[in-house]
Write a protein of this length. Structure first.
Length: 399
């Protein structure tokens, strides 16, 4: 019963995480768009930097932005923060449920580094904290005064941390580590910079003081960073379904390319919303990035060359022996692996017909990449992967 309850808990928390993430991303994209589309005109209230007219749901909206704050506090003020907090809380809960409690399956790969469970969890938590602290101090330093320099150094920082993660965790675990780290940076921007600065502005208004314009500038900087990080972090969080990304030899480099692709796509829309000429070149960069990712994912996993191809044709009996011995403890109607209540993704590998039906999945998960078995817990040998490769190359026959 416990594995079934954990499976439903996983689904419930994942559902909450997706809902909260949609709300947070939606509000983030909307306000960056609104900020970019503001226009100045005569007659705006004192302190206003611009306005925008919008139509939605059969009504017209007149949005006015104050550069620092209005002359007096409005009677009601909506704070946008719980979307971010709910996304992080549900995301961290999911990290615990799937990757910390299931560390042996999803976080640890003995072929990368034979960490104990407690060591892997501690390394993950420390890595997330180090990522935020390094980024935050970078923004607060003199380097943070130049956005271009800050973006370049921040990019290098994330790539270095991604590479370090692949040296500690499984490919899947490294990607989730980076997703959690970037997500933490984004929500910490909200919790430690954006909302506190807004509270200081409100307190100054209530006290009759003039708010410091630097508070708004700092909050806007972090908000813009969140906007540019959104697309890469969404890619990372859904990548656990795509082993060509996380289980590739060049997984950390693929992530670096995704960071660039996400940034240029957001740059296109942010520029367009400001009413400036659309930078169509960004789509060319994104397309080249996509092609580069496909090429990088085509390389065989590290160490796979050590396995020589079988001397002659392989029989299906050899293939069946490998699959039953290395895969069917989870991919069975009644899995025998502790903590696995149902066959992952409903994939069954118990009969010849079932194995043949999943031939392309076997190619992707166990031959083209080494995503399966997770962390190579069943200790499949390179020679056994070579048997599967030869069978697939022959057209996956049942003889």
């Amino acid at each position: 019963m416990a594995p079934i309850l954990m499976a439903w808990l996983d689904l419930a928390v994942r559902w909450l995480h997706v809902i909260a993430g949609i709300a947070w991303i939606g509000s983030s994209f909307y306000f960056v768009h609104l900020d970019s589309s503001l226009k100045r005109r005569e007659g705006l209230p004192e302190g206003a930097g611009g306005e925008a007219w919008q139509v939605h749901g059969g009504g017209f909206y007149n949005m006015v932005k104050y550069l620092v704050a209005p002359a007096r506090m409005p009677a009601e003020l909506t704070w946008f923060k719980w979307e971010a907090y709910a996304t992080w809380l549900s995301g961290f809960a999911l990290l615990v449920i799937v990757y910390y409690l299931g560390a042996e399956l999803y976080l640890i790969d003995p072929q990368v580094l034979a960490l104990p469970v407690w060591g892997a969890v501690l390394a993950s938590i420390l890595g997330i904290a180090i990522g935020w602290l390094a980024y935050d101090q970078l923004c607060k330093s003199r380097l943070g005064e130049n956005e271009t320099t800050l973006a370049a150094i921040g990019f290098v920082l994330l790539v270095v941390l991604a590479y370090a993660s692949t040296m500690l965790f499984s490919g899947r675990g490294a990607y989730m580590q980076m997703g959690a780290m970037i997500g933490t940076i984004m929500v910490a921007n909200v919790a430690h910079i954006i909302i506190p600065n807004q509270r200081k502005v409100v307190a100054d208004l209530i006290a009759g003081r003039t708010p410091d314009p630097a508070l708004g500038a700092q909050a806007k900087q972090r908000s813009l960073h969140n906007n540019y990080l959104t697309l890469p972090v969404v890619f990372v969080m859904i990548s656990n379904h795509y082993p060509l990304a996380f289980a590739s030899r060049w997984n950390w480099l693929i992530l670096a390319v995704v960071l660039i692709m996400g940034a240029v796509i957001r740059h296109f829309y942010n520029t367009r919303h400001r009413g400036l000429p659309s930078p169509w070149w960004t789509w060319g960069v994104a397309a080249l990035g996509g092609l580069l990712i496909v090429w990088l994912s085509s390389f065989p996993p590290a160490g796979s060359e050590q396995a020589a191809a079988p001397a002659g044709p392989v029989s299906f009996a050899q293939v069946e022996e490998v699959v039953i011995g290395r895969c069917s403890m989870c991919h069975a109607a009644e899995p025998v692996w502790e903590g696995v209540a149902l066959p992952p993704k409903g994939v069954l590998l118990e009969t010849p017909e079932q194995i043949r039906l999943q031939a392309e999945a076997i190619r992707l998960q166990a031959v083209q990449t080494h995503a399966m078995p997770p962390g190579n817990l069943t200790e499949i040998l390179p020679e056994e992967r070579a048997v599967l490769a030869a069978w697939l190359a022959a057209g996956a026959p049942l003889e």
